[in-house]
Design a protein around this ligand. Structure first.
Ligand code: GDP
Ligand code: ZN
Length: 300
């Protein structure tokens, strides 16, 4: 039997929906009983090999190793995060942006910063933002409302598996709709044939763009928590800090109040932006505080 390749985009109670990697066609696939016996549990985003089993359905033969795995939402093999924000209505604080960026770096996912609602901005308002983030991140200015740069965003998404992240109100749903009108609606029609259990509605689903590419229907990092990050490794998720810290007097410098700290010199000189360093300090203190609380509970 011919083995074909695809990506799992959605789960039903007893089967799953797969998008064929070559044709982009969707089909319902069943999972062999032995998977359950062997404890193999596919998740959305998994790349699979399948065979056609007559009646228009498929049968999963093999799940390929995961390259990455995001926990919230649980989804594998994501290729990029689109961090969506706006600088007006609402003006997203840099501290919030920096927190999203830390979580994306921690998950080892490439980030594209999408500044939406540029129809509300003057040129110089965008420049200030780019000065802070442009050296280390790709930035794409768009307006969902005025259809500005939407084609460029389609190019970024084309052929990839992506997740959007960003505060509520910045325009994530509007962007999805502008990129591909009727996206969510169409998906639910196509997969009417899919058997769905009572509890499956809370699962993440990958939506398929007509121009090619998949995107999670659930935003990433919704709660902005940093469960696995320690104060000492926080610095490795601020790119401008990790790129410069080799010149510090101490090799394990945390760039707080250590003598001979080169990072702090760069902050003073303005080549590491103050707002980024302040975010670092705030998050560092927060993580330290959390560590102290945990320690206290253990001893008390
Ligand atoms: P989400 O919570 O991130 O999904 O944001 P929504 O897509 O629900 O959008 C929140 C609000 O921002 C809505 O009132 C949209 O009409 C508005 N909005 C979205 N995109 C734009 C834009 O490009 N320009 C302007 N001016 N408003 C926008
Ligand atoms: Zn230092």
């Amino acid at each position: 039997m011919d083995r074909r390749k695809g990506v799992v985009v959605r789960f039903g109670s007893r089967n799953m929906e797969v998008v064929d990697s070559e044709t982009g066609g969707r089909l319902v696939c069943t999972m062999p009983g032995r998977f359950r016996m062997q404890g193999i549990r596919p998740i959305v985003g998994d790349r699979v090999e399948y065979t056609l089993s007559g009646n228009g359905q498929g049968r999963i033969e093999n799940i390929l190793p995961r390259e990455t795995e995001l926990l919230r939402p649980r989804i594998s093999n994501i290729e990029q995060i689109l961090l969506v924000l706006s600088l007006k209505e609402p003006a997203v604080q840099n501290t919030v942006t920096d927190r999203f960026l830390v979580l994306a770096e921690f998950a080892r996912l490439p980030v594209v910063i999408v500044v939406n609602k540029v129809d509300l901005l003057h040129g110089d308002e965008i420049e200030g933002f780019c000065e802070i983030y442009g050296e280390y991140y790709d930035i794409c200015h768009v307006s969902s409302k005025e259809q500005i740069n939407i084609d460029r965003l389609r190019e970024i998404l084309k052929g990839k598996v992506s997740v959007m992240a960003g505060m509520s109100g910045v325009g994530k749903s509007s962007l999805l709709n502008t990129l591909n009108p009727g996206l969510k609606l169409r998906v639910s029609e196509i997969s009417r044939g899919l058997e769905r259990g009572r509890h499956t509605t809370s699962y993440v689903e990958l939506l398929q763009f007509e121009f090619g590419g998949l995107i999670a229907d659930t935003p990433g990092f919704a709660n902005l928590e940093m469960p696995e990050i320690t104060p000492e490794n926080l610095k490795s998720y601020f790119l401008e800090i990790t790129h410069e810290n080799e010149m510090c007097a101490f090799s394990d410098c945390n760039h707080i109040d250590e003598p001979g700290c080169y990072v702090k010199e760069l902050v003073e000189a303005g080549s590491i932006h103050k707002s980024r360093y302040n975010s670092y300090l705030n998050m560092y203190n927060e993580l330290k505080e959390r560590e102290r609380e945990k320690g206290g509970r253990k001893h008390g």
